[in-house]
Design a protein around this ligand. Structure first.
Ligand SMILES: [Mg+2]
Length: 84
């Protein structure tokens, strides 16, 4: 669990260094978007799924990472420490 806390601290530094928003509704929407991308990546991994011409290929590992970043950002914005 400590690893999650360390990751959360890295996200906090990235947010501060880049002056990213800490607005909870905005972060919540961004997380929702990433969850949708996770679903898309899972869907695209189905052998029956065929990418359309202009469709972005989503990679599950990357989308899981993106969602974790926003979970950490939300926790930071709400002053919640993840892990033990
Ligand atoms: Mg993403």
């Amino acid at each position: 669990m400590a690893i999650v806390g360390e990751y959360q601290d890295k996200v906090a530094k990235k947010w501060k260094d880049n002056d990213f928003t800490s607005d909870l509704p905005t972060l919540g929407l961004c997380l929702s978007e990433e969850v949708g991308e996770i679903a898309k990546a899972i869907n695209q991994s189905n052998p029956k799924y065929k990418l359309k011409g202009n469709e972005i290929p989503y990679i599950l590992r990357e989308e899981l990472h993106d969602a974790l970043v926003y979970i950490c950002a939300i926790a930071n914005s709400a002053n919640i420490k993840l892990g033990i």
